[in-house]
Design a binder for this molecule. Sequence first.
Ligand code: GLU
Length: 466
Amino acid sequence: MIRTRFAPSPTGFLHIGGARTALFSWLFARHHGGEFRLRIEDTDRARSTDAAIDAIKDGLDWLGLDCDGEIVSQHANAPRHVEIAQHLLDTGKAFKCFLTADETEALRDDAFKAGRALRSPWRDRDASEAPENAPFTVRFRASDDDMILSDAVQGDVRWAAKDFDDLILLRSDSSPTYNLAVVVDDHDMEISHIIRGDDHLVNAGRQCQIYDALGWERPVFAHIPLIHGDDGKKLSKRHGALGVEAYRDMGYLPEGLRNYLLRLGWSHGDQEFFTDDQAQAAFGLGGLNKAPARLDFSKMAHVNAHHIEAADDERLLELASPFIEAFENRETDAELIRNRYLAAMPVLKTRASTLEEIAAQGYFLIKSRPFLIEGKPAKALNDEARDRLTRLHTLLQGLAEWTEPLLAEALKAFAETEEVGFGKIGQPLRAALTGGAQAPDLAHVMAFLGRDESLARIQDQFPPAH
Ligand code: GLU
């Protein structure tokens, strides 16, 4: 049974790097018909608020990464962690250490100078030698053998025994430490594959020691390189947009971000675009790259544009609604907004990288008239152009049908009758119809707006004396 997990610590959002780790783990499980579990590493009680945990769940929901089974709380498993530490004590794989903080620091300095990690003298002493009621930690008896981990991404990784200290398993207040908790939880959850950032590689070496000491089978580890910013530096606040909700708020589609994150550190030939089915069918650990991935916003927009074009019109409208509603100076009739955007959507979605751009490109559709036309578009509306608009208005009024091909033909014919280049008609007409906003070509624009609205917008620009 393939079982993966995502094990975030609550930080108040779903980090983009965490989202990618979750995506890989989810895809791997889905590819094999296995399970994808969520474990919240909530041992830091101060940070583990409901809001911080909800932020992770919301981020995963939005990305469409569904989890199997109950969500596991690491904190709730503390008694089990203590039980295993006790077992390690009982079997001599761990020992009680009575070093004070000052002693520990001095020994750590010595060890550092000698080029090795700290080993506690209490590994060879009996607890009865300690002063009565002295506080103690429980330390793991670090192995004297070198450690080799065969990582699915990094290959064979080797650590010298001298580089591992006698790791604390239980603090003096009996609370379990991170490496113990992770091993016990992953074992108990029967996790077969651990896919996570390579900032945990050294921990993996320590964790393998614990697996081995317990006689537990190690899971397969796959440590993926972290995501870097476009400047090659490790991703930080400086690069902006760390949480997935920021991408949602910028108007990315979940499938667009999923596809982008999939390709960020994983490849399958040179295929760039994946549907979910394709991603699930193709995903495997063999495609994970060893080189760090760089966040590239223009590529992200490009991938998202592809998914926007493939998305359903009604869904796009629904998702773009918050952006549309934020516009000032617009029609408020929900039905009208809906009809105009839906009419234009087949064209708008071929021109936008984000939902925000869909909204912006279609803003002219719902702008309340009459428009205040300024700048360059206003200049195009000189007296001559305004007169011409009155003649165009008459021609258009007579059209039997109001469709894009007929409108395109009518505009062409009108330019010929007027004996002017199309620009002389196009510029003022665009100003009248859109107020100068970005918009698709004019026959389309008139078709989206419909007959009455188009004619009214043209009439708004008739010469004052008309
Ligand atoms: N809680 C750890 C983190 O958020 C992940 C631990 C793991 O995946 O083993 O970095």
